[in-house]
Design a protein around this ligand. Structure first.
Ligand SMILES: *Cc1c(COP(=O)(O)O)cnc(C)c1O
Length: 415
């Protein structure tokens, strides 16, 4: 594959025009949208307006006049379109970690009302740590008689679901390996065995089609700063299937989750639906950014997006092979396309140095301990020529041994 072939792919790319909606960084190939998505131009315009008009001029009236008060719902519904959720089940708020606390406590209560013997939360050893930490916190909060974390290998998750399992907490796409589990099958299996499922969509939402309703997922969480381009630390989302709303309760019972917050009643009375998952006042600046960013997905076919994402990863790996680098960098991602997320991860002894040397050359990938390098592909703004450039710079770094530079012996706080 030469550069002309690659440029052909860009010409026929159905998303080539979408790239123009992003504030692309200068002289960079950005393959880190799986950590922090690129800002859209609409986000910048929107934030200017929120600051210069809504906040500085209209102030308190903006809660009504600019619909600040409904941002969690309006943004939630935009996200719902991307995760296969019918309305009134998705809301934007807090972080994944906090939303996991709500989902875990709500789901445990639902299951244990039926069967108090079900106390195990089953998850995977290499799940994203915060997911596991939150279960540990809930176990401490509720006690071992209500919550015990059991960790198993990702490939054996379904085998371990039994009569003690209350919940399965799974991340659809593994943040390290980029491996995608079969969520539909997992949910079917869990339900057959009397357990509920909480699905983490951090590396799925905005990167591929997700069908929460069809798959019958019980609860889901996800973030908006990765493939949804909402901005650093942007608020996350939580989904609760409608069938659980009447039995659902969660202990972070703040006033925004009240049935009538502006009655200022001393008694907490939870709102009927998904709104009950809210706790405090929404972060308006941050949520406005997410709201604007989501508009790039208008009219986008997630099936086509997925196809481009897989094609970007195919081309990248193919180019590494052409450069004879596929055994220098050892793939830890699944060979099967259907089992892949929107990133490729490789094991390499000097992954940290390699990552830094690439950044020095304008190719942004990221490093995950102990020695993995991840390349994230974001179909709405990554071109095939980006991929070609990345592979070419990678070849040069390794040929010049730039990854062994003593400067890379010391690691930054955020990797
Ligand atoms: C990025 C990520 C998170 C982040 O959680 P926050 O609480 O929003 O910081 C959680 N889970 C997974 C799987 C992730 O990839």
């Amino acid at each position: 594959m030469n550069l002309t072939d690659i440029q052909e792919l860009d010409i026929i790319d159905p998303f080539a025009k979408h790239r123009e909606q992003f504030q692309l960084p200068e002289n960079k190939v950005y393959l880190d949208g799986n950590s922090l998505g690129i800002m859209t131009k609409a986000t910048e315009t929107r934030l200017q307006n929120v600051i210069q008009q809504q906040w500085s001029q209209d102030l308190i009236n903006s809660w009504n006049d600019h619909n600040w008060v409904n941002l969690p719902q309006t943004v939630g519904e935009k996200i719902a379109h991307l995760i296969g959720a019918e309305p009134e089940q998705t809301i934007c708020c807090d972080s994944i970690s906090v939303n996991l606390f709500k989902a875990l406590t709500a789901a445990l209560t639902i299951v244990q009302t039926q069967d108090s013997e079900r106390t195990v939360v089953l998850s995977t050893k290499d799940n994203f740590p915060t997911d596991l930490y939150m279960v540990q916190g809930v176990a401490q909060f509720l006690g071992q008689h209500r919550c015990q974390l059991k960790l198993v290998d990702e490939s054996e998750l379904e085998q371990h679901i039994n009569s003690k399992t209350a919940l399965v907490l799974a991340t659809e796409v593994n943040f390290r390996t980029g491996r995608r589990i079969n969520a539909k099958q997992l949910v079917a299996n869990a339900h057959e065995n009397g357990a509920l499922v909480i699905l983490d969509l951090a590396h799925s939402a905005g990167a591929m089609p997700v069908h929460l309703d069809d798959w019958q997922v019980d609860f889901a969480v996800g973030c908006t700063y990765k493939y949804l381009n909402g901005g650093p630390g942007a608020p996350a989302f939580i989904y609760a299937a409608k069938r659980h709303h009447k039995n659902m309760s969660q202990p972070l019972s703040g006033w925004f989750g009240h049935a009538r917050p502006f009655d200022f009643s001393p008694e907490y009375e939870p709102a009927a639906g998904i709104q009950q998952m809210l706790t405090g006042t929404p972060s308006v600046l941050a949520m406005s950014a997410v709201d604007a960013a989501l508009d790039v997905f208008k009219g986008v076919s997630l099936e086509k997006l997925r196809e481009k994402s897989l094609q970007l990863s195919d081309v990248f790996h193919q180019l590494l092979k052409t450069h004879d680098l596929d055994d220098v960098l050892q793939p830890i991602f699944p060979e099967q396309r259907s089992e892949r997320g929107s990133q490729l991860s490789y094991h390499y002894e000097h992954a940290y140095g390699l990552c830094q040397a690439l950044i020095q050359r304008g190719v942004v990938a990221d490093f995950r301990a102990p020695n993995y390098i991840r390349f994230g592909f974001t179909p709405l703004y990554n071109s095939f020529e980006d991929i070609w450039q990345a592979a070419e710079q990678l070849r040069q770094v390794l040929a010049e041994n730039e990854h062994l530079d003593p400067r890379w012996q010391q690691r930054n706080t955020v990797t």
